[in-house]
Design a protein around this ligand. Structure first.
Ligand code: 5GP
Length: 137
């Protein structure tokens, strides 16, 4: 999969389309998934232009995973999540739909997840959950 500079997350990174941001630093951005598989479903993306895990340098990946840890801790403390599913799809063969490396953080039990990328969530609810998670970030 070659990197497509017009993928939706590249546009979010450039500020061309909005998102419910929960955290940002020099290397990464965290925001809410608008088709959540459970309440509080968040995404962490590197600012580095990589399509899958195979294209990101180790130092950039380390920064990104540090953000993954922060967001997961915030989901636990602010939403009272008992567990968080960390999911990351590589390539269309795995079901990846957005061609910019991203990590799904889904505060739910694996058996309770809704279908992947299937249905837009309630935007007001997503916004409120974003504000809650961001309190700890
Ligand atoms: P993938 O299938 O590539 O692993 O996951 C892409 C994720 O991006 C899906 O969970 C989908 O719900 C989410 N998504 C797709 N379009 C948008 C969008 O415009 N904004 C946000 N915040 N999430 C999106």
């Amino acid at each position: 999969m070659s990197y497509d500079t017009n993928n939706i997350f590249a546009k979010i990174l450039r500020g061309e389309i909005p998102c419910f941001k929960i955290y940002e630093d020099d290397y990464s951005l965290a925001f809410m998934d608008i088709m959540p598989q459970a309440d509080g479903h968040a995404l962490v993306i590197p600012k580095f232009a990589a399509t899958t895990l195979l294209e990101i340098p180790a130092d950039q990946l380390t920064h990104t995973m540090t953000t993954v840890q922060k967001v997961m801790a915030a989901q636990k403390s602010e939403l009272g999540a008992e567990g968080v599913v960390l999911m990351q799809l590589n390539g269309e063969g795995a079901g990846q739909t957005v061609r910019h490396l991203h990590f799904h953080l889904i505060p739910a039990h694996l058996s309770q997840l809704k279908r992947h990328g299937a249905e837009q969530g309630d935007m007001e609810k997503i916004k409120a959950l974003a504000a809650k998670i961001a309190l700890a970030l």
